[in-house]
Design a protein around this ligand. Structure first.
Ligand code: HEM
Length: 196
């Protein structure tokens, strides 16, 4: 009996058994306020998906998913936001990585962690881009790769939705995509929402 008590005391001292005081401090933690949420649904460019040979040559990870039934439209998970609807300013950050791989030409176009950024209602699409070409160069960086078309979106309670927003390649996008898409050319429109 004495030995058991001694062993238990030693285990607590060594941190092998959590002391009751620790549990109490966890259970008394404040309950978090309503959590912001959102989703980006964006195919990138369906023409590019066809060009690489279809969705089977597109790899999604880190919070991006292929959407049924066609698998060439992608869902990007919500990460965080500081969007202020009163000023139409702030960022909505999504996560996920989509990697288009053309085996024949030996190149990847990888887009990850997109951010929709509004400044006084004007939208930019920022993301990490990496384009390595076998036997060629690799471009890489995080930049505003698209300009977003003007779209007022809709409001439903605390949910702000933009059902169809055009994406147009910027000069920085043209550089990161190694001039395969000229500034001003279009990728597919994006659909996204954020609940604050
Ligand atoms: C390193 C080599 C290459 C790279 C990185 C590359 C990349 C690309 C990219 C990014 C596009 C745009 C796809 C889209 O979103 O619409 C494209 C289109 C195209 N490429 Fe290539 N390409 C390469 C080599 C070639 C070669 C060798 C050919 C021909 C033999 C070729 C023929 C085409 C054609 C015809 C299109 C237009 C496809 C369409 O409009 O559907 N490419 N290429």
């Amino acid at each position: 009996m004495k030995i058991r008590i001694l062993l238990a005391t030693a285990a607590v001292a060594l941190g092998l058994i959590a002391a009751p005081a620790i549990n109490q401090s966890i259970s008394s933690a404040p309950v978090a306020a309503t959590k912001a949420d959102g989703e980006l649904v964006w195919a990138g460019r369906k023409n590019l998906t066809s060009y690489v040979g279809g969705p089977e040559n597109v790899t999604v990870s880190d919070g991006a998913y292929k959407l049924p039934p066609t698998q060439d439209d992608f869902s990007w998970a919500f990460l965080s936001t500081d969007y202020n609807p009163a000023t139409k300013t702030g960022s909505i950050n999504y996560k996920g990585k989509v990697d288009w791989y053309h085996a024949g030409h030996g190149f990847h176009i990888i887009i990850s962690n997109p951010t929709i950024k509004y400044t006084n209602g004007k939208g930019e699409f920022i993301a990490d881009v990496k384009m390595p070409v076998t036997g060629g160069e690799t471009t890489e960086g995080r930049a505003a790769i698209f300009t977003l078309s003007d779209s007022a979106g809709t409001v439903e309670g605390n949910k702000y939705s933009w059902p169809s927003v055009g994406t147009t390649v910027t000069a920085e996008g043209e550089r990161l995509f190694q001039k395969w898409y000229a500034a001003g050319s279009a990728w597919d429109s994006a659909k996204y929402y954020v609940s604050l």
